[in-house]
Ligand binder design. Structure first.
Ligand SMILES: [Zn+2]
Length: 98
């Protein structure tokens, strides 16, 4: 029996989702960064991939949620997000529902 049963993974995924939610709602930047850090650690340990809709909500390089007044721009079908904390720029494809 593997400890990474589908049920355990589902639980971990819920945890990850709520941790990122907490991070976004938190006023203390340091603490919200910790929440993201913890959720990424859970994902790693459980061998889970954080889904893209969650991944695009925080900075990959410093774990700060983008809810901290980051510069979001739409350009040529790409969303450009600049992290307000470390200045890391990320480009994400912007998808519309056809
Ligand atoms: Zn950053």
């Amino acid at each position: 029996m593997s400890r990474n049963s589908p049920k355990t993974k589902e639980k971990a995924m819920n945890q990850i989702e709520s941790l990122i939610g907490l991070a976004e709602g938190h006023r203390e930047r340091e603490l919200s960064r910790r929440y993201v850090e913890i959720s990424r650690r859970i994902a790693k340990r459980m061998d889970l991939t954080i889904p893209s809709y969650l991944k695009r909500r925080f900075c990959k390089s410093c774990n700060t949620p983008y809810s901290y007044g980051s510069g979001i721009r739409l350009k040529n079908g790409l969303v450009t997000v600049k992290c307000s904390s470390c200045g890391n720029i990320r480009r994400l494809p912007y998808r519309t529902n056809r």
